[in-house]
Design a protein around this ligand. Structure first.
Ligand SMILES: Cc1cc2nc3c(=O)[nH]c(=O)nc-3n(C[C@H](O)[C@H](O)[C@H](O)COP(=O)(O)O)c2cc1C
Ligand code: SF4
Ligand code: SF4
Length: 257
């Protein structure tokens, strides 16, 4: 049995986790944002795969907390990072956290995907987006084949610059939710609060209120059906992005909350 633990904001990682499970066969996928709420986390299987997006050359805050908190027992450990341009030291960070627990990361894989940080990088053009979606599908297949055959590779753990950028992100991230703005287009439908993997949005009759604990996953901003959430210089009419084969409802079901 393989257990696949994933964290995903806009569905890229979730899509790959689903495909990986189908390809491996005897596998289950588990939402890290749901599992982390357990008082104790036991991760036990023949093979365990951690899947997450790269954030600021490292791993999301919740993923690091999860890896630190979990008691892990597995014959084979793999980590797959989904990324928009460069995953930096994300795999190195996982390897270091596991190393402190005297565990070895057997396999680290990179899965290119569509960049979802649109307030910073803007929306990707359709042609590039389609190319990245095709690359994602191909890399997911390759990762599945590697995991099925229990491939091992070496993940470099010494990535000082990436480690520094990621550490800064981890300090600032939990308070960054307050930088979101909600425009008059909001009709208080509540979707953003339901999709938030961090439970960092509460609803009032007027709309969402952002609280501490944001992971910067961009799910609220990208899934809002009225493009009513903005951040920095993001224009109201900028095209939003989520994986085209992942609907918000599916993410609610599998356990964002
Ligand atoms: C806060 C934030 C930071 C990011 N940092 C990086 C990064 O350092 N390198 C990179 O290649 N992509 C970065 N990305 C892009 C995502 O890793 C990428 O789009 C990923 O596929 C999103 O996965 P998801 O849809 O499962 O959330 C970042 C995205 C966000 C929201
Ligand atoms: S998803 Fe958009 S429209 Fe719905 S409550 Fe949130 S901000 Fe408002
Ligand atoms: S507030 Fe928005 S960006 Fe922050 S964790 Fe929740 S859904 Fe993600």
């Amino acid at each position: 049995m393989t257990r696949i633990y994933y964290f995903s904001g806009t569905g890229n990682t979730y899509w790959s986790a689903k495909k990986l499970a189908q390809r491996i066969g005897d596998a289950v996928i588990v939402s890290i944002s749901r599992e982390i709420k357990q008082p104790e986390i036991r991760v036990e299987a023949d093979a365990v795969v951690f899947m997450f997006p790269a954030y600021a050359y490292g791993v999301p805050v919740m993923v690091r907390r999860f890896l630190e908190k979990a008691e892990i027992r597995a014959g084979y450990l793999a980590a797959l990072v989904s990324y928009g341009s460069s995953p930096g030291g994300a795999l190195a960070e996982v390897s270091r956290v596991l190393g402190r627990k005297k565990l070895v990361l057997n396999y680290g894989g990179r899965i290119p995907a569509v960049e979802n940080y649109i307030p910073i990088f803007g929306a990707q053009k359709a042609e590039l987006r389609n190319r990245r979606l095709a690359l994602q599908a191909e890399a997911t297949e390759q990762a599945a084949a590697a995991i099925v055959s229990r491939t091992s590779n070496r993940v470099l753990t010494f990535r000082p610059f990436a480690g520094f950028v990621s550490a800064l992100f981890h300090i600032g991230c939990p308070r960054m939710g307050r930088l979101f703005r909600v425009t008059a287009a909001c009709n208080a439908c509540g979707l953003c609060a339901r999709i938030c993997p961090a439970g960092a949005i509460s609803m009032t009759g007027q709309g969402p209120v952002f609280q501490n604990g944001c992971e910067q996953c961009q799910a609220c901003l990208n899934f809002c059906p009225r493009k009513a959430i903005s951040f920095g210089r993001l224009k109201p009419d900028t095209e939003r992005y989520h994986h085209p084969e992942v609907a918000a409802e599916e993410l609610f079901e599998v356990g964002h909350k």
